[in-house]
Design a binder for this molecule. Structure first.
Ligand code: GLN
Length: 188
């Protein structure tokens, strides 16, 4: 099994490290060719507008959209924004994979980052630490979307078929459970 991590910009290195700690083959994705022979993809946090611009510069937007149609994909923070079918604050194009509406910088610009602990039934009894950095907020989910974790009454980890999206940064903690959840979705 081989998983790609979109490496145009943002927090991709920590995702690669986490995958390598599971002894999963992982590689950086920067071009269309890098998508060949991958079983899944992680889109990291960063700046979704910058990532979109770089995707267009590299002619990667359409190939990524096509790849995601058929492969498990996990988006964290800006990655979740790119997977959402509808983006607000302000509206922005996306890869339109998940039936969710997401609002960028939804905790206000003055709150750059914060952490919270929540309990997540499917992840067992230990609380999960959530690291939010200029985080988006999921304001609407379609019927087929499973809300796995919430924080302050808002969905923060959601799954829809082969897609997983987190509005926080699981790669920035030592806790590997969210990545493991994604790997089980690929059949690892
Ligand atoms: N605020 C960023 C955006 O709108 C997301 C922040 C992040 O990925 N940590 O793209």
């Amino acid at each position: 099994m081989k998983i790609g991590v979109l490496a145009l910009q943002g927090a991709f290195a920590k995702h690669l490290k986490m995958l390598e700690s599971f002894k999963v083959k992982a590689c950086e994705v920067r071009t269309e060719k890098d998508l060949e022979a991958l079983d899944g993809l992680i889109i990291p946090g960063g700046e979704s507008t910058t990532m979109l611009r770089l995707m267009k510069d590299e002619n990667l937007f359409e190939p990524l959209k096509e790849f995601i149609k058929y492969h498990p994909t996990f988006g964290t923070c800006a990655g979740a924004i790119l997977l959402a079918k509808e983006v607000k604050n302000p509206p922005q194009v996306s890869l339109e994979a998940m039936n969710i509406t997401i609002e960028r910088n939804s905790y206000g610009r003055q709150i750059n980052s914060f952490t919270k602990e929540v309990s997540v039934a499917v992840l067992g009894s230990n609380p999960l630490e959530l690291v939010f950095i200029r985080a988006p907020g999921i304001s609407k989910v379609g019927q087929e979307v499973e809300v796995i974790a919430t924080c302050q009454n808002r969905p923060v980890l959601v799954k829809e078929g082969k897609y997983l999206a987190a509005t926080f940064h699981p790669e920035l903690t030592e806790d590997t459970r969210v990545h493991k959840l994604f790997l089980t979705m690929i059949g690892y």
